[in-house]
Design a protein around this ligand. Structure first.
Ligand SMILES: [Zn+2]
Ligand SMILES: [Zn+2]
Length: 95
């Protein structure tokens, strides 16, 4: 009896688990694409936002390279890139 309920609950939850899994996979792929791109398109003005350059981490460490590289001091990865033209931020990693 308990097994039947578990199986029914699993079958009912299946579509949600599937959607959640696909959503996670798509998000993961977006981060992968961003991490090998040199620029993203700003959602505010449509201009290119460079991901390669000199970055200043919140911990104070300044480094040259790709924006999505973890900081060697605090291991933080920036979640957004700021456009230099319109100052709007584009989310790179959505939570
Ligand atoms: Zn912009
Ligand atoms: Zn840092």
């Amino acid at each position: 009896m308990d097994d039947t309920l578990t199986i029914i609950a699993y079958i009912l939850a299946m579509p949600f688990l599937l959607v959640w899994g696909i959503e996670r996979a798509v998000r993961y792929c977006c981060v992968l694409v961003y991490s090998i791109s040199s620029a993203v398109i700003c959602r505010g003005c449509g201009q290119e936002v460079a991901l390669l350059g000199i970055w200043h981490c919140q911990c104070g460490f300044t480094y040259r390279g790709h924006l999505l590289r973890p900081c060697p001091v605090c291991n933080r990865v920036p979640k957004a890139a700021r456009c230099l033209h319109c100052r709007a931020t584009t989310l790179l990693i959505e939570r």
